[in-house]
Design a binder for this molecule. Structure first.
Ligand code: SF4
Length: 476
């Protein structure tokens, strides 16, 4: 059984700039392929490699096609960086590999016939984690080099046999919410201040702020792009993009020329409760439509749930009158990141391990916590908000129709965002000492629920909506 980690995790491990549609099935395998290339390069074997073969196991095999794992593996073998590659280059390189049956890496052309050399082992899962991938390099003398990796959720990758790295010396080490509360209480810290102090183990203060603002820039661009792109998402479901229509209806005849002007227009608007709910939904859907269309998004903590945090942060900036306040954006992301780390340490952020509670549930808890601190909540209320948000996602299954991160995923982000706001409001108006459930108890419950959840509901598309909604299998 995959176990929780005691490693030091940075908020930048949780927030990663990348390409859709899935952190575990796209970003993780992509990263694993690049790590395999590095192994070959370090051993000076790349120049001797004549062919690649790749095997996908468990959930990666079952939903890999819908989640773009084949593309990700291919782009990883080309050694391209998902953080910087353009959407156009993704398609071009994938088409090139399909046409030539080769990938080109560091000037070497290596045979990789996608239809023959990429095998999906639907019936087989490796023992350590359901998302297993094995790479094989065939050398000139027919010798083979094989390495196995696991995509353990949120774009994190573990190599077979890898031992945990030495834990970084954090100023405020923690494993549980109780540890966090103790540090905050003893040192009179806000949760964002604790997170910031810990981040100083990796980066200086200015770099932390700049990186978080860069994360925000990508998040808000993904919202803007999603709100201005009409059409139909790729794949057999032919899902219509809706964020663009929502935006058009809500913004009406207002004129704007840039993302800043667009946001100013929204922030200055006088919207009813019903319209604010529609805006939040529009923001969340926009990101996940971009994600489903192989667009650039921020994994937070996963790709499938990437719309929740931007939607709640925009709610704060536009509808709680915070305005474009960089300090508040940094504070929000530090708190959200720290709560994400807590769930990764105590349970999982992998849908293949825990179903959708591990994705939308965790992102909702992260967003609820960030919002609560920015609205003036103390550390106990911040933790309470995270607990409430997760409590009401417990047991949520993962059952993407046709293996695509589209239905129910896109709408589910709207639910995660609105629940986060409700959880924050409840916590802000409550006395946390009256709470009956603690964050640590909800994390323990989430892990237990994950362990007892039927595997059909863990990103396999073998249960739930995936088997009850009629899409012809031959179309998938
Ligand atoms: S159902 Fe939830 S966990 Fe599963 S792919 Fe969709 S968003 Fe991710």
């Amino acid at each position: 059984m995959f176990k929780e980690t005691s490693q030091a995790i940075s908020v930048f491990d949780l927030f990663k700039i990348g390409i859709g549609p899935s952190s575990s099935h796209t970003l993780g395998p992509w990263k694993a392929a690049r790590e395999f290339i590095s192994v070959l390069r370090e051993q000076e074997l790349l120049q001797k490699t004549t062919k690649f073969k790749v095997e996908l196991y468990g959930s990666l095999a079952l939903t890999g096609k819908g989640h773009g794992t084949d593309k990700a593996i291919c782009l990883g073998l080309f050694d391209k960086d998902p953080k910087t590659i353009s959407k156009e280059a993704v398609s071009e390189l994938f088409d090139e590999a399909l046409r030539t049956h080769k990938v080109s890496v560091s000037g070497y052309e290596i045979e990789f016939h996608l239809e023959e050399d990429l095998t999906f082992f639907d019936e087989e899962a490796l023992p350590f984690h359901p998302n297993g991938v094995t790479f094989e390099a065939v050398l000139e003398d027919d010798q083979t080099i094989r390495e196995t990796y696991y995509s353990v959720g949120g774009g994190f990758v573990v190599q077979e046999g890898e031992t945990e790295e030495e834990s970084q010396n954090l100023k405020f080490p923690f494993q549980t919410a109780e540890d966090i509360a103790k540090h905050c209480s003893e040192h009179s810290l806000k949760i964002s201040e604790l997170a910031f102090q810990n981040e100083l183990s990796w980066n200086d203060g200015e770099s932390i702020r700049q990186q978080l603002l860069q994360i925000w820039e990508v998040m808000r661009s993904s919202v803007y792009n999603g709100c201005h792109t009409p059409g139909v998402l790729p794949g057999p479901l032919q899902v219509k993009r809706r964020a663009q229509t929502f935006n058009k209806r809500l913004i009406q005849d207002e004129d704007y020329q840039s993302i800043d002007e667009w946001l100013d227009t929204i922030c200055m608007g006088d919207y009813s409760f019903s319209e604010i709910i529609k805006w939040i939904s529009c923001f969340a859907m926009a990101v996940n439509e971009e994600n489903a269309d192989f667009g650039r998004i921020v994994t937070s903590p996963t790709n499938g749930s990437a719309g929740v945090i931007p939607a709640v942060l925009l709610y704060l900036l536009c509808f709680e009158d915070a305005g474009p306040d960089n300090e508040m954006i940094v504070e929000f992301l530090l708190v959200a990141g720290l709560i994400g780390i807590l769930f990764k340490k105590g349970a999982t952020i992998s849908a293949a391990m825990g179903g959708c509670q591990a994705e939308i549930g965790v992102s909702s808890a992260m967003a609820a916590a960030g919002l609560t601190e920015c609205l003036g909540g103390n550390f106990s209320q911040v933790l309470m908000a995270a607990e409430i948000a997760m409590e009401h996602h417990l047991g949520l299954t993962c059952d993407p129709i046709a293996g695509l991160v589209q239905v129910p995923c896109i709408e589910r982000n709207t639910m995660g965002a609105t629940k986060a706001i409700t959880a924050s409001k409840l916590a802000l108006d409550s006395n946390p000492t009256d709470a009956k459930v603690s964050v640590d108890e909800v994390i323990k419950t989430m892990l237990q629920t994950a362990e007892e959840m039927n595997k059909n509901y863990k990103e396999t598309s073998q249960g739930g909506l995936a088997v009850n909604v009629s899409v012809k299998v031959s179309e998938c």
